[in-house]
Design a protein around this ligand. Structure first.
Ligand SMILES: Nc1ncnc2c1ncn2[C@@H]1O[C@H](COP(=O)(O)OP(=O)(O)OP(=O)(O)O)[C@@H](O)[C@H]1O
Length: 618
């Protein structure tokens, strides 16, 4: 069996670290904000506690060898007072270190949890706050989101890491002061620490590059995993015997990622080992130095013990500093991604309109010379499209599969923006209207509707969030959608939990789900635009007929109330003929327009399609 076609890795056009034009101070301020202030914003008390614990604990852990010096010199001098002082010093600081470390670890976990919740909420806001859908069609955007999402934990650890780094610096300063008190020559020891630290930075860079390069395959493996383990695709996977193939494909991708990552891990190991070997040589030199100084009587036995203890501990402290700075660096990569996302959302927000939506339509909605190409696609879907949707009209859009009908209605709903041309609402560009304001005056039922696994009242009620729990509004919407019977047959009526995600959830048929989606679309009271994009595909013929009669009367009421336009996308001509205006789309342009009778009489493409469908029913 051949492998599933491997899509090309997405083009990477995301800035890595600061963009050439971006000033480093600005980035530094943003980083400080993210790593420090966000910790205080998410959990002020915890953040203060963790900071204090880390710094005090760090200094205490470094200073206790000073007690060894007092202790040993006191023992050699038979000085009981000094002995007791040394013992108290060592014991007190060690006990303090352990207690603070134990409390610090628990508090740090709690802090990470709180900051993680904070960043998750921010991520959701940044992704769903962008009004259109275009960003969700771009693989490179999705890869970035996945990278941030999968490393939210690292980001959540940032405040703790930063504080840990401050504590590391405090420990190293304390270590150097104590070493200098033995001999200033020992301050050369940090020079030997440079190679391992540089090696560590290099290693982290290799790891980050590798993460970027395997991200595409990891994402694909993740998609295959959910394909193999979720219910939506389960039936088809079994019907076509694809389960093994998908499993094998997932294993192939995962193994490729693992192979590459394993190879890079060996490189990283070699680099780090070289750095630490150089440091070990410096460390041995320092020990030899203090031993020689002691044999020459320059240093006391206590000073020797303290120096050797400090030198030995310096490796652990440097290793901790290297690990922390490495973690900090990899957090910076996630932070840069978060900044990119914030900039993206800010640019989108700056570009959006601020005008209110009109109260009513007087002229209608017009598309002027509109062209649209999906992100990453080569060919435009709509080209130079001109179309008038008069206020108060019901317009049916017909055309073959892929003609661009759904794309057109998504442009009307403001989910995509045209690449060229304009969509106008009563003569004003739609791009000038605040997206939320326009959304609140539109409603839509799509062919690929969402199956919201919630109590029925909420599955429907989310169509108008302000009236989510308004039983009368929900019942009215279900009635307008001809879906009252769905709720009536369920054991707890509107309170029945639907969908099988949760225990006790009631499974529904495709048609029942669709009726609830239609109910959702009927929740808004005074929409200016109603879009029904093949909303009856799962319904039987009598239900569909009854449904369209309801639509027609709802559309007529809306037209009278505020000039609402109803756009109906359908392949069924029995439905299409009820519209005031029929538009035939072909190759991204309007090929014909007119009433059903006019188009049939004209004997063009519509008449041909109509005749074909009518013949199949005869
Ligand atoms: N997200 C997308 N990214 C890239 N191309 C897309 C996307 N969605 C649709 N297209 C392409 O745009 C064209 C028009 O699609 P659209 O869904 O608008 O057609 P349609 O007329 O509604 O078709 P149907 O009758 O099958 O629902 C198709 O060629 C399709 O391949």
């Amino acid at each position: 069996m051949t492998a599933l076609a491997d899509p090309p890795a997405p083009r990477r056009d995301r800035p890595r670290s600061p963009e050439p034009g971006e000033r480093v101070p600005r980035r530094a301020i943003r980083l400080l904000h993210l790593m420090l202030l966000d910790g205080f914003r998410a959990a002020p008390g915890l953040m203060t506690a963790v900071t204090a614990l880390l710094v005090v604990g760090g200094v205490a852990a470094t200073c206790y060898p000073l007690g060894f010096r007092i202790l040993l010199d006191g023992a050699l001098a038979h000085d009981t007072r000094q002995l007791v002082l040394g013992a108290l010093f060592v014991g007190g600081l060690l006990a303090l270190t352990w207690v603070l470390q134990a409390i610090g670890a628990t508090e740090a976990m709690a802090l990470s949890d709180r900051v993680s919740i904070f960043h998750t909420a921010r991520l959701v806001r940044l992704v769903s706050g962008v009004p259109g859908l275009e960003h969700l069609e771009r693989p490179e955007y999705l890869t970035e989101i996945e990278q941030i999402s999968s490393r939210r934990r690292a980001l959540a650890g940032a405040p703790r890491q930063l504080m840990g780094s401050v504590a590391s610096v405090a420990r190293i300063v304390a270590l150097l002061v104590l070493l200098a008190s033995v001999s200033p020559w020992l301050l050369l020891l940090p020079v030997a620490a440079v190679p391992p630290l540089l090696a560590d930075r290099w290693a982290k860079r290799i790891i980050r590059t590798n993460e970027d390069e395997v991200a595409h395959d990891q994402r694909r493996a993740g998609l295959l995993f959910s394909l193999a383990t979720t219910t939506g695709s389960a039936a088809e996977l079994r019907s076509y015997g694809l389960a093994d193939h998908v499993g094998a494909e997932h294993a192939r991708l995962a193994a490729a990622v693992d192979r590459r990552t394993g190879g890079e891990a060996l490189k990283v190991l070699a680099i780090q080992a070289t750095g630490w070997t150089i440091y070990a040589a410096g460390l041995m030199g320092a020990i030899a130095f203090v031993v020689v100084e002691t044999t020459h009587g320059v240093l006391s036995a206590g000073a020797l013990l303290m120096a050797v203890t400090l030198i030995r501990r310096s490796r652990a402290q440097l290793a901790t500093a290297a690990v922390r700075s490495g973690a900090l660096l990899s957090t910076l990569t996630v932070a840069d991604r978060m900044f990119w996302l914030e900039d993206h959302a800010a640019a989108e927000a700056a570009a959006r309109g601020h005008d209110p939506a009109p109260d009513a339509l007087h002229d209608g909605i017009r598309l002027r010379d509109v062209s649209f190409t999906y992100p990453g696609a080569e060919q435009p879907v709509l080209t130079g499209l001109d179309l008038d949707l008069p206020a108060g009209s019901t317009v049916a859009i017909v055309g073959e599969n892929g003609a661009g009908k759904t794309t057109l209605v998504k442009l009307l709903l403001g989910m995509y923006s045209p690449d060229a041309g304009t969509v106008e609402v009563d003569g004003r560009p739609l791009s000038g209207i605040e997206p939320g304001a326009w959304r609140s005056r539109t409603t839509a039922a799509f062919q690929d509707f969402a199956r919201l696994h919630l109590p029925v009242r909420h599955t429907v009620g989310v169509g108008d969030l302000a009236r989510l729990d308004d039983t009368d509004a929900v019942a009215g919407a279900l009635d307008r959608a001809g879906a009252t019977s769905v709720a009536e047959t369920l054991p707890d009526g509107l309170d029945t939990l639907v969908g099988s995600t949760y225990t006790g959830g009631r499974g529904l048929s495709g048609g029942q789900w669709q009726k609830l989606a239609l109910g959702r679309a009927m929740m808004r009271d005074d929409p200016l635009l109603v879009v029904l994009d093949e909303p009856t595909a799962n319904l039987d013929a009598p239900t569909e007929h009854a449904m369209f009669e309801r639509y027609a009367s709802a559309a007529a009421r809306g037209a009278e109330r505020n000039g609402a336009v109803t756009v109906l996308v359908s392949h069924r001509f029995s439905t299409v003929r009820m519209a005031d205006l029929v538009v035939v789309l072909e190759d991204g342009r309007v090929r014909e327009r007119g009433t059903h009778a006019q188009l049939v009489a004209a004997g063009g493409r519509y008449a041909e399609l109509y005749e074909l469908q009518a013949a199949s029913y005869r």
